[in-house]
Design a protein around this ligand. Structure first.
Ligand SMILES: Nc1nc2c(ncn2[C@@H]2O[C@H](COP(=O)(O)OP(=O)(O)OP(=O)(O)O)[C@@H](O)[C@H]2O)c(=O)[nH]1
Ligand SMILES: [Mg+2]
Length: 301
């Protein structure tokens, strides 16, 4: 199944929600007037675009409609798609990992899907011929490394772990040594989502980053922020906080197979100017899709 079909299927709930609002507007299209723009803005906000992004999308649409003398519902819908796709186009969506090893640090609050995303990503990278090493730097919970280990078995890749309560930066240090010895292409690093407080989390992520920079100064590094798509505007707040703490280079939106409204993907990309690199559309090992803005917007509208 291609991206479009998978995404349509994965996003079916999200899509129905969007269709009943935005899709419905175009179905009952009576021409463009102020009411149309007001209703559209409201629909976009309801679809989780957030007020700022929704207002700007509608402003841009107004300009285009006037400049290009758009009249039919189809023309206006296409223009809207263009605008939304443009808002998603804020940087390279491919992972940078040309060095051996490269490092992908996966961060985000608890329960958003970090460990699951790492498992899925490990399987994909392995299928692409990469030698993958998982690093269990979530030592906060006893079960965290066990969960990652199950994913390492599923994906058929190696894992480096230590005991519960170990210093996460020390686990990262071990993983880097192991990656060098084994000539691994990429280290996927799991981290804790919940610590005692924000300061602890900040300190821990900072320490991990310093170890990586010190040991692998020239390596390609990605910091992937995982956000649960169903948390709506709350996810946007998390994204803001994490991007302040940790130099985020890309985002992964998970749980888009559930009740998530797709607009959150556009809201985070637009608000933070950080590209969405993957979306999660299920709990299975194949349920991670590289993100493609245009197809995503097509699937939603
Ligand atoms: N439906 C659905 N469920 C998902 C997706 N990604 C993750 N999950 C589920 O979300 C739950 C939490 O996932 P984890 O990977 O453990 O999340 P985490 O961020 O590592 O959580 P902590 O380690 O506790 O911080 C699990 O039940 C996953 O199966 C997704 O794309 N779709
Ligand atoms: Mg986890």
């Amino acid at each position: 199944m291609g991206f479009f079909e998978r995404i349509r299927q994965g996003l079916s709930k999200t899509r129905h929600a969007m269709q009943s609002t935005i899709g419905g507007m175009f179905a009952g299209f009576h021409g463009i007037d102020d009411d149309f723009y007001d209703d559209l803005e409201e629909s976009l906000i309801l679809a989780d675009l957030g007020v700022d992004t929704a207002v700007r999308a509608v402003e841009e649409l107004r300009e285009r409609v006037n400049m290009q003398h758009l009249k039919s519902g189809d023309e206006v819908r296409e223009a809207l798609k263009d605008i939304l796709a443009g808002m998603l186009d804020v940087g390279d969506t491919a992972l940078r990992m040309s060095t051996r090893p490269s490092v992908i640090l996966v961060i985000g609050v608890n329960g958003v899907g970090k460990t699951t995303t790492i498992g899925k990503l490990a399987a994909q990278l392995k299928a692409d011929g990469k030698k993958v090493l998982l690093c269990a730097a979530d030592t906060f919970r006893a079960a965290a490394a066990d969960q990652l280990e199950i994913w390492s078995e599923r994906a058929g890749v190696d894992i480096i772990r230590q005991h519960e309560g170990a210093d996460p930066a020390a686990v990262v240090f071990d993983a880097i040594s192991a990656a060098r010895a084994r000539a691994s292409d990429v280290i996927l690093c799991d981290t804790a989502g919940r610590l005692h407080n924000k300061q602890n989390l900040m300190n821990e992520l900072g320490k991990i980053s310093r170890i990586i920079d010190r040991e692998l100064p020239d390596a390609d590094k990605e910091v992937l922020l995982v956000l649960d798509g169903t948390t709506g505007q709350n996810g946007l707040m998390q994204a803001r906080q994490f991007s302040e703490i940790a130099g985020v280079t890309g985002m992964v939106l998970t749980k888009l197979d559930g009740t998530a409204k797709g607009g959150i993907v556009i809201a985070v990309a637009d608000a933070l100017k950080i590209p969405v690199k993957y979306i999660g559309v299920g709990e299975g090992i194949d349920d991670l899709m590289p993100f493609e803005a245009r197809e995503f917007v097509d699937a939603l509208l």
